[in-house]
Ligand binder design. Structure first.
Ligand SMILES: *Cc1c(COP(=O)(O)O)cnc(C)c1O
Length: 467
């Protein structure tokens, strides 16, 4: 299995190289050159661990310790569960892991994949993992990488917009190798600033004798691959549970920001999973809704802080991978150049038509989100978080006829303020995930806050102190 760059097909990399580097040279993203096929007989009925090994080994055949990696990643906290309901829908809970959001599925495994990758390519230097977060990646990365040898993790989170719980999850972390830094501005400011560091070779040179930069953002291939697994697993559970017949088409509805989660669903489809539609649900920051319903991507617009903050994004990085898979490296390179120059681009008609066959889309505002949390609580006696509510509301508007699996991406306790306001009462403390208990009593140890042009300075400071 070989990987290439979305912006230059001459680049070829092994999985170990791709996972180690995070971003391809010239700023492209690593993508598989082809999609391996997995048939229904091969995967139906497997438990999560065996299924994960089956799927991941298609992309990482040279990783001979996958079984152990998967086992260790999920031993303490298995993030994934399926909750089925009458009327052909289910919530796929992805939030039962260490930080109570779906990012855990990938970030509990990524450190294992990265350690194997470093070993495979004979890299003895330290990986300095730089990550921009809209809230959930940060805590998941910090807990996933806590005390992992040969790694130093620095997460940058926007000073505005994230929930109090999200902030505390990062600022109370104590492992010596994980650091959280607030950046004045919104997520896009933080993400842009981190991407610039990856392109600043002069800066990287300062560390090169002992370290190199890598990323735990969803641009890293090692984030994307573990997410393919739960699409297969949900399908398998539905068949085993008698909800659908083997081979029957299903739809998945995904609350979307950086397009990482839903892209993994697209990969599952390309690998042969019978997915008819992927419903891309966005909040008021509806840049993806717009491109999927008009063919024009345009981030010249206001940025809103919403009650589903992990989706408050205008530059949706992984969409570039979809463009590559549908239109090739030339189109991907051109559109990204246009985006950099003018903040917008148009997709060619053929590519857009192709994309519309699979991707459906809807947008949902804060009020609808609140109303949906209340309605689902009343009708199904199940409490969802605001991100999951965006997905549920979007699918209600589109009325899919296939069995509809809604990806539940965060614990309602992580966004307690919004949820309690919606349902008009306090959440029952009994159901609170272990990961969030006592957070308010813990000591805040991470207090750094910088301007968006000060990231390099703070990286040097942290680095000098720890090395
Ligand atoms: C990150 C996140 C999303 C968006 O996922 P993408 O892969 O960025 O599209 C949705 N919901 C929650 C709770 C998240 O943490």
């Amino acid at each position: 299995m070989k990987f290439t760059s979305t912006r230059n097909e001459k680049i070829k990399a092994s999985a170990a190289e791709a996972i180690t580097m995070g971003l391809a040279p010239e700023g492209g993203l690593y993508v598989p050159l082809e999609f391996p096929r997995v048939s229904l007989d091969e995967f139906l009925g497997l438990d999560y661990e065996d299924l994960a090994v089956l799927i991941l080994s298609q992309f990482l055949p040279e990783f001979d310790n996958l079984k152990i990696s998967v086992k260790n990643a999920y031993a303490d906290a298995m993030p994934v569960r399926l909750k089925t309901f009458p009327n052909k829908f289910a919530f796929l809970e992805l939030f039962n892991g260490k930080s109570a959001a779906f990012k855990d599925v990938a970030l509990q495994l990524l450190p294992h994949l990265l350690t194997t990758s470093l070993h495979k390519i004979g890299e003895n230097r330290k990986a300095v993992v730089l990550t921009a977060t809209s809230g959930d990646t940060g805590s998941a990365a910090m807990s996933g990488f806590s005390n992992v040898p040969q790694t130093e993790v620095i997460v940058f989170y926007p000073d505005e917009g994230i929930s109090q719980m999200q902030r505390l999850q990062m600022t109370t972390q104590t492992a010596k190798n994980v650091h959280a830094v607030a950046v004045k501005g919104n997520f896009d400011d933080a993400q842009k600033a981190v991407k610039l560091i990856f392109q600043d070779q002069e800066f990287e040179k300062k560390f090169e004798a002992s370290s190199f930069f890598s990323s735990a953002n969803s641009i890293n291939l090692g984030r994307l691959l573990p997410q393919i697994v739960y699409y297969f697993w949900a399908y398998s559970q539905l068949v085993t549970g008698g909800e659908i017949k083997s081979g029957e088409w299903v739809d998945f509805t995904v609350p979307t920001g950086n397009f990482g989660n839903i892209l993994a669903g697209y990969y599952a489809k390309r690998m042969g999973l019978p997915i008819a539609h992927l419903i891309c649900a966005t909040n008021k920051n509806s840049v993806l809704y717009d491109v999927l319903s008009t063919g024009t991507y345009d981030c010249n617009r206001d940025f809103y802080v919403t009650n589903s903050p992990s989706m408050d994004i205008l530059v949706s990085s992984n969409f570039e991978r979809l463009i590559y898979h549908l239109g090739g490296a030339k189109l991907s390179e051109e559109t990204q150049a246009e985006l950099a120059n003018s903040g917008k681009y148009h997709l060619p008609k053929a590519v857009y038509e192709e994309l519309k066959k699979t991707f459906w889309t809807e947008k949902v505002d804060d009020q609808e989100t609140q109303a949906t949390i209340k309605a689902v609580s009343n009708e199904s006696h199940y409490i969802i978080d605001p991100h999951t509510a965006v997905a549920y509301a979007a699918s209600q508007k589109l009325k899919p006829t296939n069995y509809n699996v809604i990806l539940a991406t965060a614990s309602p306790y992580k966004f307690a303020d919004t949820v309690e306001k919606a349902i008009g009462k306090k959440l029952d403390k009994k159901g609170q995930p272990q990961a969030l208990m006592d957070l308010e009593k813990e000591k805040v140890t991470q207090t750094k806050c910088v301007e968006k042009n000060e990231l390099e300075k703070i990286i040097e400071e942290i680095y000098d102190k720890n090395n």
